[in-house]
Design a protein around this ligand. Sequence first.
Ligand SMILES: [Zn+2]
Length: 352
Amino acid sequence: MPVEPMVPSRAPTGASATRSRARVNRAAEARILAGVRPLLPTIAGRVRCLAPALAALVLLAMLAAPATAVLQQPPPFDGDAAYAHVRTQVGFGPRFVGSEGHARQLEWMVAHLRARADTVELQRFTHRFQDGETRELTNVIARFRPDAAERVLLLTHWDTRSVADEEQDRSRRDQPIPGANDGASGTAVLLEIADVLSRHPPPVGIDLLFIDGEDYAPGDMFLGAEHFADNLPPESERPRYGILLDMVGDTDPWFPMEENSRAHAPELLDRVWDTAERLGYADFFVREDVPAVIDDHVPLNEAGLPTILIIDPDYGPDSSYWHTHDDDLRNTSPRGLEAVGRVVLAVVFEGG
Ligand SMILES: [Zn+2]
């Protein structure tokens, strides 16, 4: 993720904030254990079985969805299955542009997608980096129902950072990070969504975009998103909106509402957070506004493709794991992956 860590402004700081977050998360955990979480939206045939209040809720959701949408029950999404993709990626080693891990991940990811998506396109390009080297980068676009006129874009970055520039231990700052959260987590969710969509065709066309070169190093960022934004398909084939996932694998998920998303796609932002609340994830998808985060949604929004960002900008105590060697498997979990996967699938299947 992004250049602008939101440490100072992201959230209330200090003991009271810690306590309040701990309380929120304990509440979420209690509900998950109680098994109440999946207040699943339903297809018409199941409405009869529901309590009247829930039926009314479903009706409201149907009315709120765009007129063209096909209301469908979202397919299941397994956080543990998604998390296995985090492990696999971290197993490749650091995946910064030009590294061996980067090449291995690209090969693995493309094979995974080719076995599941209707089409897979590799968008290759080169960039001259700050160190004077020119390197090759690859955005990967996996399409489901490529002929559908109505399309939705889900995106994330798949590369990791070549330096640990926020590391406390200065002697290790020039070493690459594992990127279990920053890189592998969003990619894992989208790879698992590809698996789900291969078994449950979506009601609209879905484009999964895996962006390269988001996070190489200061001064070499957002390269893949800028390339994609400069080469958008013609208006008639363009996705209606985008949902960007970044750093969704924290053990303590906290997804506030980000300012750039609010500025460019306010209705979508509200719809995603409403969906999360209905699915029982209100303690993860919090209704707290946070300042703008500079991330891959910025070039897309500037190019006219309204895109929101789902991010947990608070990684570790005072965000101390961000862009450090602590961004590893120990500090990630399936919890956020599962919440984000379920919410995104519900948004797509219920409203397009
Ligand atoms: Zn990053």
